[in-house]
Design a protein around this ligand. Structure first.
Ligand code: ADP
Length: 602
C-alpha cells in the first residue's frame, strides 16, 4: 500500500467514526491528551519542590508548589474520569451505529452480491476481524496512542530540551546520552515492530480460528443441524476439528509471546543502561554544583517519558499500517456497488394488467462459475396468462425466475417488459410488479399478520382473506391471538412453531397480499399434504385471479391448467406450448416426464 493510500484510509475511517459519534472521538482525544500531560505536572512541580526544600524556601512557597501539583493532578484526573465515563457509554452507541450501518449496506446490496459466496466470505471475515479488534477498534486505540505519544514527545522536549544547553556537562557525556537515547529509540522501534508483527500474525490466526469456531457454534446451537448431529453421531468429528483449531491457536499464542519477549528485551536492557548513565552524568553535574537535585529528577523522568512517547508513536504508526490493510478490505466491501439501481423508467401502471414479457436469447452464469445455468432462452408470454415452467432438478427453473424478478441480470441477451429492457426500469418499481413464493421462502419472527403484510401496520381483513385463500383459514381460527400470534419463539415465549406446509400457506398468503400483477410460485405445494395440494390446484385460477401466474413445478399434473408450458432441460427451453401440443410430441421430454409420473397416479 502506498503512503497516499494509508493516509486516505486513515482519513476515511476517521471521518466515518467521527460522523457516527463526535462525542466519543472528542472524548478519546481529550482523555489521551490529559493522560499524556498528567505525569509531567508532578515531575515539573516535584523538581521545583525538591529544589525549594534544598534552597530552604519558605513553607508558603513549598506549600504552593505542593498545592499546585495536587490540584492540577486532581483536575486532570477528574477530566480523565469524566471522559472515560462518557466513552464507556458512547462506545456502545458507536458499536450499534456501526453495526447498523453494515446491516444497511447488506440490505442495500444487489441480491447477486448477497448470494455471491466470495462477498459472503468477505463479510464474515470483516465481522471476525472487527471482533478480533481490527478496523474501527484498532483505529480508535491507535488514535489514542498517536495523541498520547505526540503530546508526550512535545512535552518531554519542551521540559528537558534545556539539557543540551548545560555547558557544565562535558560534551562527550551529552552526546553519549543523546547517542544512547537514539540507539534505544531505534532498538525500541525495531523491537516493537517485530513484536507487533508477531502479535499481528497471532491475531490473524485468531481471525481464521474465529471464522471456524463461529461456524462450529452455529452448527451446535442451530436446531436445524441438531437433528443430524445427533442421528449421525457427528459430535466427535465436530469436536475434534474444533479442538484442533484451538490447539493450533494455543501454540500460535505461545510462539508469539516468546517472540515478543525476545524482541523487546534488547531495548529494555538499553533503556535501563541509559537510565543509569543519565543518573551518573547528572549526579556528577549536581556534585560539581552546576545542576540542582530537582533538575536531575526532571531530566531523568523526561528522558524516560520521551522514550515511552517515541516507542508508543512507533507502535501506533506500525499498528495503523497493519490496520489499514484490514480497513482496505472493510472499505472494499462497503464500496461494493449495486448495479441494479441504474434504470429510471417508471413501470407503466396498467389497470388491465396487460404486461408483455419476453426473454430474448438470454444466457446466464452465476458469479464465479464457469457453467451456464441458462442458455439461449427465448420465451414470450402475456400478463394474464398462466405459464408453467417444468423440468428436472437443476434444469434452470428457479434461475429463470430470479432473472425475471431482476435478482440477477442476464449474462447475455435481454429481458423485455412491454418491449423495454427491464434494466431500464426503476428497480424498486420493477420489483413491485412481482409477488414470488420461492422454494426457500423465509418467514420472520414477527406476528402472523406482519408476516403476511410485510409491514407493521396492515389491513387485517385483507390479511385474513389472503390466509383463507391460501388454505390457512381454519388454522387461523384456532389461534387464540389471531393475527397477533407470534411466529417462532425467538422473541415471544408463546410464539407458534408452524409446520412446513403451514409455513408454505402463509408464504402464499403473503404473495397474495402484495397484490402484484405477477405472481410466481416456485413449487408452491411441495410441503403440502395431498388434500391441501389438491385444494390449491383446484382453486388456482380463483387464487391468482387475472394476474399473470408463473407456476414452477416438477409435478406435471399440476401444470395442466396453465395456458402455456415451458419445458426446461439443462438450462435450455427445449419445448413450449399447451399440454395437448407437448404431449402430442411422442419423443419429447415433456411426454417422457409426464408418462414417468403418470404411472404413480394410475
Ligand atoms: P431448478 O430450479 O430447475 O432446480 P436452478 O435454477 O436452481 O434449477 O439451478 C440451475 C443450475 O444453476 C444448477 O446447476 C445449479 O447448481 C446452479 N445454481 C443455482 N444457484 C446457484 C448459485 N447461487 N450459484 C451457482 N450456481 C447455482
Amino acid at each position: 500500500m502506498t503512503f497516499r493510500e494509508h493516509v486516505s484510509i486513515f482519513g476515511r475511517i476517521a471521518r466515518m467514526l467521527f460522523c457516527c459519534s463526535r462525542v466519543y472521538i472528542g472524548c478519546i482525544v481529550l482523555r489521551s491528551f490529559v493522560e499524556a500531560i498528567l505525569p509531567y505536572v508532578p515531575v515539573y512541580f516535584s523538581a521545583k519542590l525538591i529544589d525549594g526544600l534544598i534552597e530552604g524556601r519558605s513553607s508558603e512557597v513549598l506549600l504552593t508548589y505542593a498545592g499546585i501539583t495536587v490540584g492540577s493532578v486532581f483536575l486532570l484526573k477528574m477530566i480523565q474520569t469524566y471522559a472515560m465515563a462518557v466513552e464507556r457509554q458512547k462506545c456502545e452507541e458507536l458499536e450499534r451505529s456501526e453495526r447498523w450501518m453494515l446491516s444497511l449496506k447488506t440490505m442495500g446490496m444487489a441480491y447477486a452480491s448477497i448470494e455471491d459466496s466470495s462477498v459472503y466470505a468477505q463479510r464474515e471475515r470483516i465481522k471476525k476481524e472487527r471482533q478480533t479488534g481490527y478496523c474501527s477498534w484498532m483505529f480508535l486505540s491507535t488514535l489514542e496512542m498517536l495523541v498520547f505519544s505526540t503530546v508526550s514527545i512535545i512535552a518531554s522536549l519542551a521540559m528537558a530540551g534545556s539539557f543540551l544547553a548545560i555547558d557544565e556537562i562535558p560534551e562527550v557525556m551529552r552526546f553519549a546520552i543523546i547517542g544512547l537515547l537514539l540507539l534505544t529509540v531505534v532498538l525500541q522501534v525495531w523491537g516493537s515492530s517485530k513484536s507487533e508483527l508477531a502479535l499481528m500474525n497471532f491475531y490473524e490466526s485468531c481471525v481464521d480460528a474465529n471464522v471456524y469456531s463461529d461456524k462450529f457454534e452455529n452448527y451446535v446451537k442451530d436446531y436445524h443441524s441438531g437433528k443430524d448431529i445427533r442421528i449421525y453421531g457427528m459430535e466427535k468429528r465436530l469436536l475434534r476439528d474444533f479442538m484442533e483449531v484451538d490447539g493450533k491457536l494455543n501454540s500460535a499464542y505461545h510462539q508469539s509471546s516468546k517472540k515478543q519477549v525476545i524482541c523487546t528485551f534488547p531495548a529494555v536492557l538499553l533503556r535501563e543502561l541509559l537510565k543509569i548513565f543519565a543518573y551518573i552524568t547528572l549526579i556528577g553535574a549536581a556534585v560539581s554544583g552546576t545542576l540542582s537535585a530537582g533538575s536531575i529528577v526532571k531530566y531523568v523522568s523526561c528522558l524516560l517519558l520521551l522514550l515511552n512517547g517515541v516507542s508508543r508513536l512507533a507502535l501506533a504508526l506500525q499498528r495503523t499500517a497493519v490496520n489499514n490493510t484490514y480497513l482496505k478490505r472493510y472499505f472494499s466491501w462497503l464500496d461494493i456497488p449495486n448495479p441494479m439501481y441504474k434504470g429510471s423508467l417508471t413501470v407503466e401502471k396498467r389497470d388491465d394488467n396487460e404486461y408483455d414479457v419476453e426473454f430474448r436469447d438470454v444466457s446466464f452464469r452465476y458469479p464465479n462459475t464457469e457453467a451456464y445455468a441458462l442458455r439461449h432462452v427465448n420465451l414470450k408470454f402475456k400478463v394474464g396468462q398462466k405459464l408453467a415452467v417444468v423440468g428436472e432438478n437443476g434444469s434452470g427453473k428457479t434461475t429463470f425466475i430470479k432473472l425475471l424478478c431482476r435478482l440477477y441480470d442476464p449474462t447475455e441477451g435481454e429481458i423485455l417488459l412491454n418491449g423495454v429492457n427491464i434494466q431500464k426500469y426503476d428497480y424498486d418499481e420493477y420489483m413491485a410488479v412481482f409477488s414470488v413464493v420461492f422454494q426457500d421462502f423465509k418467514l420472520f419472527s414477527f406476528s402472523l399478520g406482519q408476516n403476511v403484510a410485510c409491514a407493521e401496520h396492515y389491513d387485517a381483513d385483507r390479511v385474513e382473506a389472503c390466509l383463507a385463500a391460501a388454505g390457512f383459514g381454519q388454522r387461523l381460527e384456532e389461534m387464540q391471538e389471531g393475527l397477533q400470534t407470534c411466529l417462532y419463539r425467538d422473541f415471544a415465549e408463546n410464539g407458534v412453531e408452524v409446520s412446513g406446509g403451514e409455513a408454505q400457506k402463509i408464504a402464499l398468503a403473503r404473495a397474495l397480499y402484495k397484490d402484484a400483477p405477477f405472481i410466481v410460485l416456485d413449487e408452491p405445494t411441495a410441503a403440502l399434504d395431498p388434500v391441501a395440494e389438491y385444494e390449491v390446484y383446484s382453486r388456482f385460477n380463483e387464487i391468482v385471479g387475472n394476474k399473470t401466474a408463473i407456476y414452477i413445478s416438477h409435478r406435471l399434473a399440476s401444470c395442466r391448467f396453465c395456458d402455456k408450458i415451458a419445458v426446461f432441460d439443462s438450462g435450455r427451453i427445449i419445448s413450449q406450448g399447451s399440454h395437448e401440443k407437448l404431449y402430442a410430441q411422442t419423443d419429447g421430454k415433456y411426454r417422457e416426464l409426464w408418462d414417468a409420473q403418470a404411472q404413480y397416479y394410475v
